[in-house]
Design a protein around this ligand. Structure first.
Ligand code: TXA
Ligand code: MG
Length: 326
């Protein structure tokens, strides 16, 4: 697999046995295959192969210092890659399979390659809950490195059409299994020091994690060096400028609403008319993309509560507001 961007035909595969067998064949040969998880679509490659992983960075135009999550079949497979503290094991028991990623010290004999870890002595591990993701990992018998299947800096894809928009002709195949359920990425918790630390809010709320730990997580600081190197301020960037906490939609703006706060209805999409944060998370990236296509200079965003999944939604919106593409 060439890291160079030679144009290639991207196969469109179904989530059936034939599609999965072809996807597994491509992955085992060092290829790149986008597949659904319960959070967002991932761009998968053999996590044990630096060459295959290099293909991911190239296809996404991703900065090479940004480490990737290795996706595994189960807790036992994860234990071969990372060292679990008792608290990490408790979190894995409670939330795997599911939208939780654990950053752990690299286990002796771990096979996740250096490039996937961006040279770090730690490794990010996740056991996804989506049937197609599970079947694919089982068929390859490999840990699969998989960042979100978008060009670096674009919003994460929640269906196969989004993946095609960014990566058609740059990867070997896409497994199309419809829309994803959760809609925001996994929650990332580092269990490296004394207190587990929230590196990225996501599909599992801070409260749910703290309930299992029986104590508060150490907060990820917005200031100083990011502990999750991918948590750069500019990670999520639509073309239009975002105006957060807007009271109304102004001339020249599209609107991203929550629970019917905007009165004028032209070019407005409501993340959840009934005010459900889980529904809002699932709609977030698709609606941002749709509003960005309206070609307005800005997108006014209504205030969104910061409770539960609202923390992850607000985090993504702040990044999108800061990190606009030119
Ligand atoms: O839901 C998800 O997590 C999706 C699906 C496909 O599984 N994946 C995803 O991957 O969001 P990605 O690459 O877009 O985000 C991975 C994050 C980055 O912010 C990266 O910096 C962080 O995980 N990360 C990976 N390894 C790390 C490590 N050893 N230490 C700290 N942060 C790490
Ligand atoms: Mg991403």
């Amino acid at each position: 697999m060439l890291a160079e961007q030679t144009r290639r035909t991207t196969l469109h595969l179904g989530p059936d046995p034939a599609g999965l067998a072809e996807a597994a064949r491509l992955l085992c040969a060092g290829g790149l295959v986008a597949f659904p998880t319960e959070t967002v679509y991932g761009l998968g490659a053999d996590a044990t192969s630096d060459v295959a992983v290099a293909g991911i960075y190239a296809a996404k135009c991703r900065p090479a210092f940004n480490p990737l999550i290795a996706h595994l079949e189960n807790h036992a497979a994860a234990a071969a890659q990372g060292v679990f503290t008792p608290e990490a094991a408790a979190l894995a028991e409670a939330f795997w399979p599911g939208p939780l990623t654990l950053v752990l010290p690299l286990a002796p004999g771990a096979t996740v390659c250096e490039l996937a870890r961006a040279g770090l002595a730690s490794v990010a591990l996740r056991v996804p809950a989506h049937r197609v993701a599970q079947d694919l990992i089982a068929a390859t018998r490999l840990p699969l490195a998989a960042p979100s299947a978008n060009l670096s800096g674009h919003v994460s894809p929640v269906n196969a059409a989004h993946v095609r928009e960014d990566l058609d002709g740059r990867i070997d195949a896409i497994i199309d299994a419809g829309g994803t359920q959760v809609g925001v990425e996994s929650t990332i918790v580092a269990c490296l020091g004394v207190t587990p630390q929230l590196l990225r809010p996501g599909g599992i709320s801070r409260a749910a994690i703290e309930a299992v730990l029986g104590r508060p997580l150490a907060a990820h600081s917005e200031h100083g060096a990011p502990r999750a190197p991918g948590m750069l301020a500019s990670h999520y960037a639509p073309r239009a400028r975002l105006r957060l906490d807007a009271a109304s939609v102004q001339e020249g703006e599209a609107g991203l609403d929550f629970a019917g706060q905007f009165e004028n209805a032209a070019r407005v999409l409501d993340l959840s008319p009934r005010g459900d944060l889980t529904e809002a998370a699932a709609n977030l990236f698709a609606y941002l993309r749709a509003l960005d296509r309206e070609d307005q200079a800005a997108i006014a965003v209504a205030p969104i509560p910061t409770t539960s999944l609202g923390e992850a939604i607000n985090d993504r919106l702040r990044r999108a507001a800061r990190g606009r593409r030119a």
